[in-house]
Ligand binder design. Structure first.
Ligand code: SF4
Length: 334
């Protein structure tokens, strides 16, 4: 049985978990290819215009998998922490997918809501696994192996400073395509820049116009939310806004708050146009950057009409400003 997983939305956080779970139960996992213009156009054509960009991209990936798998896996992840919630788009994702892509293969779904207790969670995992194997012990073993794969994945990223695509490539034993070339730029023309935001915006090179790759090619060192351990993310969230309400506060406010205060030369926040949670969370970072006045902060807002030239111009202006600042600081020290 082939199970399709769209390379979008929560793929970057949970792909190793899902892959391990399904493979342990004897299925083959098929992942959609990286985002293309056609996928985005096809996804956008199925929904109303003000749907956020990541959801349109997700639907484009679903359409690309239609003839390539027997089942499609679309989870509804409501909450993975007590009283901390995902955005409403994630809650209805299986229903929305069914409604707007009627030609999609049958959908395997699971609802994850930690607030309903462990018993309900285990029952949901068993209901999902039952599609592949009736033996509850086998499903339990697959669940435990999947959880261990998740812990190993998080540990790999935070201990070795890897991004999700790098960690996934390493787990799958795919040789790295991006070579780390030595930079010939003088030190004042290189910077340590943190990119914060949802993984589906930061790591989807088509929709963000290769922000991370461009910065790396300029000789800059890039930091990402996944490179921080959970305790640091949580303490940054607590110090900036108290108790978290949204699941992604860690990847936006937590990572951004930490990097603004801890030795980076600049922080770039990436958000989607029309995203309710992000408009609040990025504002928290804006205010913190203005309060600290020590680390430059820029917010890049993406939508399907965002032009590559516009992104390049903003990146160049931001990095030039950082390099100028570094040169001035170096002169003061001399
Ligand atoms: S958090 Fe924002 S970008 Fe992500 S799915 Fe929800 S509305 Fe879209």
């Amino acid at each position: 049985m082939r199970i399709g997983i769209p390379r979008a939305l929560l793929y970057y956080q949970y792909y190793p978990v899902w892959k391990t779970f399904f493979e342990q139960l004897g299925a083959e996992v098929v992942v959609s290819p990286p985002t293309t213009q056609t996928m985005l156009a096809e996804g956008s054509a199925r929904v109303v215009a003000d749907t956020c960009l990541p959801v349109k991209v997700f639907l484009g990936h679903v359409i690309s998998l239609v003839d390539r798998c027997d089942y499609l896996f679309v989870p509804a992840i409501r909450s993975i922490q007590y009283k901390v919630y995902n955005c409403s788009k994630f809650l209805g994702l299986p229903d929305m997918t069914r409604a707007v892509v009627p030609e999609a293969p049958p959908i395997l779904e699971i609802e994850i809501d930690i607030n309903k207790g462990k018993r309900v969670l285990y029952q949901a995992i068993y209901r999902l696994g039952r599609h592949l194997n009736w033996n509850p012990l086998k499903v339990r073993q697959a669940g435990l192996a999947a959880w261990q794969a998740h812990l190993d994945y998080r540990e790999l990223m935070s201990s070795q400073g890897l991004t999700p695509p790098e960690a996934i490539a390493r787990i799958a034993d795919i040789p790295e395509t991006e070579q780390k070339l030595p930079s010939h730029e003088p030190a004042a023309n290189r910077a340590t820049i943190a990119l914060v935001g949802h993984p589906y915006l930061v790591y989807d090179e088509y929709i963000n116009h290769r922000v991370m790759r461009r910065l790396k090619q300029g000789g800059n060192e890039i930091l990402a939310p996944e490179m921080l351990p959970t305790d640091k993310l949580e303490s940054a969230v607590a110090s900036l806004g108290g108790r978290a309400y949204w699941t992604y506060e860690e990847e936006v406010v937590g990572a951004g708050g930490h990097y603004l205060q801890n030795g980076t030369d600049g922080v770039i926040g990436i958000m989607a146009f029309g995203c309710g949670p992000d408009s609040l969370l990025m504002d928290v970072l804006h205010r913190q950057a203005a309060r600290l006045r020590s680390t430059p902060f820029m917010c890049l807002t993406l939508e399907e009409h965002t032009a590559e030239a516009g992104v390049i111009t903003r990146l160049e202006a931001f990095t030039d400003m950082i390099y100028r600042r570094k040169r001035r600081q170096a002169e003061v020290c001399v």
